[in-house]
Write a protein that binds this ligand. Structure first.
Ligand SMILES: C[S@@+](CC[C@H](N)C(=O)[O-])C[C@H]1O[C@@H](n2cnc3c(N)ncnc32)[C@H](O)[C@@H]1O
Length: 569
């Protein structure tokens, strides 16, 4: 592996995207720092925040008091030796004497401030039984997407993985925030630069819930720009409170907790206008959504249909491959296997055991095959067409896909699962996974599903016309505003995001009928060769059919725990 690649990988593993000096200075300038404040920077890197903090104290305190403050009130952790040694060099170059003992080369997750009772035996008990509220200010830019030391992951999950009965995602920035809030005194402040995914993504719902119930939450823009990462960042300022606030502030707008709590993901990007759409019912009450599979080698199995035919360049066959430990490790996650698996594989290797694999050879002349054909299935690859797209791809599907499944099973660990398998072949809806809005279209039965185009299928017993009604809704501007502003503002549109969309209960039965007819009509027209775009007048008309109608609620979900029942007013 090249040195550049190694250092890039290391940087990614450590979530090491350093804060530009001007940004850190601008953030620190806004703080009201008191000489009694105990300050922690939990991942200080080369000291982007520490030095501006020192500068602000150095200018107001006499030198002896300033040095005393550094020795007794300043704490920090940094896990990376290289960053730490650059930091210590920078410290010494300022003639500040030795680096204070509070600034340590260590892992923040296992580090404990002096307040902890070190006589308590286990990490978990020590953490929960000690008095933890020690700091007045915790500031920094915690690692985003970094990896957590595998040997302590379970222990950390037991300590930080649950708050107020809700799951906290095992992610470096989430656990950094949780531990930091634990370490703050009541009334203390946390100021972190962090990824703006915090605002909506579903996996951070538990974190948002805990923070908004225990802190004053203030989200603001990061001054300046980061060249180190293209991830959008924000400043998260939390003031620890024991009284639950009524609202949070997001980019100078007040967002009420009441509105946040209407949304299934506790979105911090909700507003009063969009909150009304979140009645009890979601699309998930009518449809189940799923991602599709990742083949691992599209070229090997996918063929493009041209004039009703494909060209097959390969001849496939089954083979028996020797099982070896080396091969097993090669395809394991992080190149690691459990001791139990190692001894199982060793045993199989010694006995000369084999597993089914596939082989293929390039044909001298590709075979020309007319589609449909019993050994090929239509494949639902991503497209930006809306309403409907003619099948453009097929997948080699001899023996009900066994060649593809065998290829995946004998490949790298991440190929072993088959996403959406139980929905293969069903009629439903589909859209592009990565898009700025839903490019929604009808999916006829008979398709194998690809991960780039998630799909949704009617739940058992749901009226067939709902497929067209929901397709119409997915094409409207309002639905997309809700999706991209409130439910998930990142570029992906996951299957669960689709399920979380409000189901349009406010549409009257008359408008609903019109919408279903309009979609069926457009579908017939696309099949006959016509194209529609979001600018087409027919889509404009759909927008009007799904408009909010005050006082109109046609359906409510009565009790989600029992089989879905519908009540009509
Ligand atoms: C986004 S950088 C920010 C560094 C510095 N705070 C700044 O603003 O420039 C995150 C830092 O966290 C460090 N880090 C990653 N995991 C850590 C851990 N478990 N404990 C302490 N530091 C960690 C990385 O080495 C990196 O220096």
């Amino acid at each position: 592996m090249s040195i550049a690649r190694l250092s890039r990988d290391r940087k990614r593993q450590l979530g090491q995207y350093l804060t530009p000096e001007s940004t850190a200075v601008a953030i620190v300038k806004k703080l009201k720092l008191s000489p009694n404040a105990r300050v922690l920077e939990p991942s200080f890197g080369k000291g982007a925040f520490i030095f501006p903090i020192l500068d602000s104290f150095a200018s107001v305190l006499p030198r002896n008091e300033f040095l005393e403050w550094c020795a007794t009130h300043l704490y920090g952790c940094e896990i990376d030796k290289k960053a730490y040694s650059e930091f210590t060099e920078a410290w010494r170059s300022r003639s500040l004497g030795d680096v204070p003992s509070g600034l340590e080369l260590c892992d923040f997750f296992t580090w404990l401030p002096p307040a902890f009772d070190r006589t308590i035996a286990t990490d978990r008990q020590r953490y929960f039984l000690s008095s933890r509220e020690y700091f007045d200010l915790i500031i920094g830019n915690p690692p985003f997407g970094g990896s957590i030391e595998p040997t302590i992951q379970d222990e950390l999950d037991a300590i930080f993985g649950m708050r107020d009965g809700k799951k906290i995602k095992k992610e470096t920035y989430a656990f950094f925030i949780v531990k930091s809030i634990d370490l703050l005194k009541p009334g203390g402040q946390l100021v972190f630069i962090c990824s703006d995914t915090l605002l909506t993504i579903a996996t951070m719902t538990g974190l948002r819930s805990w923070l908004q119930n225990n802190c004053d939450v203030h989200i603001s823009e990061v001054p300046g720009t980061f060249s180190d990462t293209n991830q959008n960042m924000l400043i998260l300022t939390l003031t620890k409170q024991h009284v639950r606030p009524t609202h949070i502030t997001v980019f100078e707008k007040t967002v009420s907790l009441e509105h946040i709590e209407t949304t299934p993901n506790l979105s911090w990007r909700i507003d009063a206008d969009l909150a009304k759409y979140f009645t009890e019912m979601t699309i998930g009450d009518k449809m189940v959504a799923t991602s599709g599979m990742t083949i691992g080698n599209n070229k090997l199995f996918l063929r493009q249909i041209v004039d009703g035919r494909i060209e097959e360049p390969y001849e496939f066959a089954y083979t028996e491959e020797k099982i070896t430990l080396e091969r097993e490790i090669e395809r394991a996650r992080l190149g690691k296997l459990s001791q139990r698996r190692i001894s199982q594989v060793k045993d199989l290797e010694e006995r000369g055991a084999t597993e089914k694999g596939i082989v293929w050879k390039q044909l001298e002349t590709p075979k020309c095959i007319t589609i449909p054909h019993k050994e090929y299935c239509y494949y639902n690859k991503v497209t930006s067409q809306i309403i409907y797209a003619e099948p453009e791809w097929v997948i080699f599907w001899r023996d009900d896909g066994d060649y593809v499944y065998t290829f995946k099973k004998t490949g790298n660990w991440y190929l072993h699962g088959v996403g959406g398998m139980k929905y293969f072949g069903r009629e439903g809806l589909s859209w592009a996974l990565i898009a700025h809005r839903l490019y929604a279209r009808y999916l006829p039965s008979g398709f194998i599903l690809d991960s780039g185009a998630p799909c949704a299928f009617l739940r058992n017993g749901v009226d067939h016309d709902e497929l067209f009604f929901i397709l119409g809704w997915a094409l409207t501007d309002t639905c997309n505003r809700i999706l991209k502003n409130v439910l998930n503002h990142t570029r992906n549109i996951q299957s669960k995001d689709f399920e979380r969309l409000p189901y349009p209960v406010w549409v009257s039965p008359e408008c609903k009928h019109k919408a279903v007819m309009a979609i069926k009509d457009m579908l017939a027209k696309v099949r006959a060769g016509q194209n529609f775009s979001f600018k087409s007048k027919e889509i404009g008309a759909l927008n009007r059919l799904y408009e909010w109608q005050e006082g109109q609620i046609t359906e409510v979900a009565v009790n989600r725990k029992t089989p879905r029942q519908l009540t009509f007013f």
